[in-house]
Design a protein around this ligand. Structure first.
Ligand code: DC
Length: 224
């Protein structure tokens, strides 16, 4: 039977890039849970709903469809928002809605449902600790703040996303790290049984190999 792989860690540590690449290699499905918080924030901002108003954000979310396609597109109520939700403004807004307990409950339920069939590589902040507590492989991915800011900047430029300079992104990352690790509901933290990988000085391929090595014993059983 296929397994689930949970990848958690702070913003811009490389979780999605690695998860996407590894999923392709293993024939697994990548699920970027951050995109779901981003969609929630994006729609709330569009509708003029306060990001702190749990009741209104939740009622909106109950009538919201979020689809993550196998080609890596993010569809919000059927509209392609893949690039729009990457704007720096949405990053901070997503961090705000992710503090709302009932928003988390709704999205966690959706994520758990999707991963029931196994064969998922899910990345986020609470995957190993809440969403997939029983994931066979759990990774806590970190990188230095400097490396993360530089990566996010390069990514924004490559994807033609409006961006601040590296120092501004570093400041945003610092704020989000603080918010993500200090919120009451499921703060970002390493699951006790997760393996920590510091990707600051590693290539994408090296990180993929390290995770594959951890998954190997399970994958061998899957193929036996
Ligand atoms: O991974 P990301 O940068 O796209 O995530 C956007 C925000 O959503 C981030 O600030 C924290 C939040 N998030 C979360 O609280 N739990 C998750 N599983 C994924 C993201």
């Amino acid at each position: 039977m296929a397994i689930n792989i949970a990848i958690d860690g702070p913003s811009a540590a490389g979780k999605s890039t690695i998860a996407k690449k590894l999923a392709k290699k293993l024939g697994y499905v990548h699920l970027d849970t951050g995109a779901m918080y981003r969609c929630t924030a994006y729609k709330a901002l569009q509708k003029g709903i306060s990001l702190e108003d749990e009741k209104d954000v939740c009622s909106m979310l109950a009538k919201t469809e979020i689809e993550l396609t196998s080609e890596g597109k993010v569809l919000l109520d059927g509209a392609d928002v893949t690039m729009a939700i990457r704007a720096d403004e949405i990053s901070l807004a997503a961090s705000k809605v992710s503090k709302l307990v009932r928003v988390r409950e709704d999205l966690v339920r959706r994520q758990q449902k999707m991963a029931e069939a196994k064969g998922y590589i899910m990345d986020g902040r609470d995957i190993g600790t809440v969403v997939l507590k029983d994931a066979e492989v759990k990774i806590f991915m970190t990188a230095s703040p400097e490396a993360r800011a530089k990566r996010r900047y390069d990514q924004n430029i490559a994807n033609h996303i409006p961006t601040g300079d590296v120092a501004e992104i570093a400041e945003d990352i610092r704020k989000r790290d603080y918010e993500d690790t200090h919120r009451k509901a499921s703060p970002l933290c390493k699951a006790e049984d997760a393996s920590e990988i510091d990707t600051s000085n590693m290539t994408i391929d090296e990180v993929c190999c390290a995770i594959e090595a951890l998954a190997q014993p399970f994958l061998e059983k899957e193929n036996a």
